[in-house]
Design a protein around this ligand. Structure first.
Ligand SMILES: NC(=O)c1ccc[n+]([C@@H]2O[C@H](COP(=O)([O-])OP(=O)(O)OC[C@H]3O[C@@H](n4cnc5c(N)ncnc54)[C@H](O)[C@@H]3O)[C@@H](O)[C@H]2O)c1
Ligand SMILES: [Zn+2]
Length: 294
């Protein structure tokens, strides 16, 4: 998408009285169509602004499937939504409070400093719940795509480890992994699948262990981020699955991919702030849609 056209579309969308909601917008060899639900919407056609009605989506799952199997480099970005069908609660869905604490009150370095026992109890309850859950059809389809395409990278914001269990190999975990622990003294990182875990857990060196996840207010790992940028810049197809598109820099990876010429397919049960930039938004559950691409 050329940016001046994109901006023009944004301006039209912003001003249009009849426009309610886009379902992705795509640039298609000389004309722009706003891919939307059946509604009267303004659009640019052959460089001329027109009003017209779209009756149906222009891309089907079949078109996306064709593109997928003709792509050389595929990058998948996932968020909490990919794990929802496994039974992992999303953050922005109906949040189950834990002992009246919000995640924002517990997943911080300050909370851990003030009360490591409380934070570990929360992580332990999440680990115990997760230990009973399995990857779903969405995770499994992503692992299968990796086996079939030449270059593949999975970037996930999830910490639950379900992509590993599904068989994905080339994974960048932007926010860490709840099944790893890190020593505050010597920095050693280890896998630890104990559920329940001994509270408080200590390293062999005597240092206190913390969950190896990125907390609110902490920086993402530079090397993970650099790899994620490279995978976003160099793919020809990007799937953005089950992410609310509000946590950066994860969300900006999709925009980067788009900017560098990738075809961006969003899969979500709802539209998100990313929908307008995606080439296609397939509305539905990841576990229903992803297997249909195989
Ligand atoms: N499983 C996990 O490890 C987990 C769970 C909750 C939160 N988190 C963390 O919280 C942050 C939240 O950001 P986020 O964008 O990943 O999640 P989010 O909770 O903000 O958004 C989840 C998104 O998934 C969509 N969704 C829900 N069910 C879906 C389904 N079945 N199929 C497709 N889409 C579905 C929702 O519409 C929403 O847009 C992340 O940084 C992540 O690290 C991780
Ligand atoms: Zn140590």
């Amino acid at each position: 998408m050329e940016w001046h056209i994109y901006e023009q579309i944004q301006e039209i969308i912003d001003k249009a009285p009849t426009f309610h909601y886009t379902h992705g917008a795509f640039w298609n060899g000389g004309y722009v169509i706003i891919h939307s639900l059946p509604r009267r919407i303004p659009a640019i056609y052959g460089g001329v602004l027109q009003q017209f009605t779209m009756q149906k989506a222009y891309y089907t799952i079949h078109d996306v499937k064709e593109r997928l199997w003709h792509s050389k480099a595929v990058t998948v970005l996932t968020g909490a939504g990919i794990s929802a069908e496994s039974g992992v609660p999303t953050f922005r869905g109906k949040v189950g409070l834990w002992k009246n604490f919000r995640p924002e009150d517990l997943a911080t370095p300050e909370a851990f400093k003030n009360n490591p026992k409380l934070v570990w109890e929360w992580y332990d309850s999440r680990r115990q719940a997760l230990s009973r859950l399995k990857p779903n059809a969405g995770h499994i389809a992503i692992a299968e795509i990796e086996r079939r395409v030449k270059e593949f990278t999975l970037i996930t914001q999830n910490v639950d480890g379900l992509h590993h269990l599904a068989g994905s190999k080339n994974i960048i975990e932007l926010h860490g992994n709840i099944w790893r622990v890190r020593c505050l003294t010597c920095g050693e990182v280890d896998e630890n699948r104990d559920a329940p875990i001994k509270i408080l857990p200590f390293c062999e060196c005597g240092g206190l262990l913390r969950p190896d996840v990125v907390w609110f207010g902490e920086m993402l790992s530079d090397s993970a981020l650099t790899k994620a940028f490279v995978a976003s810049d160099n793919c020809d197809l990007m799937f953005v699955i089950g992410t609310s598109g509000v946590v950066h820099p994860a969300a900006s990876l999709a925009l980067r991919a788009k900017d560098e010429g990738a075809f961006v397919v969003e899969i979500n049960i709802d539209n998100t702030p990313l929908s307008v930039s995606a080439d296609v938004t397939l509305l539905g559950k990841a576990g229903d849609i992803m297997p249909q691409l195989l």
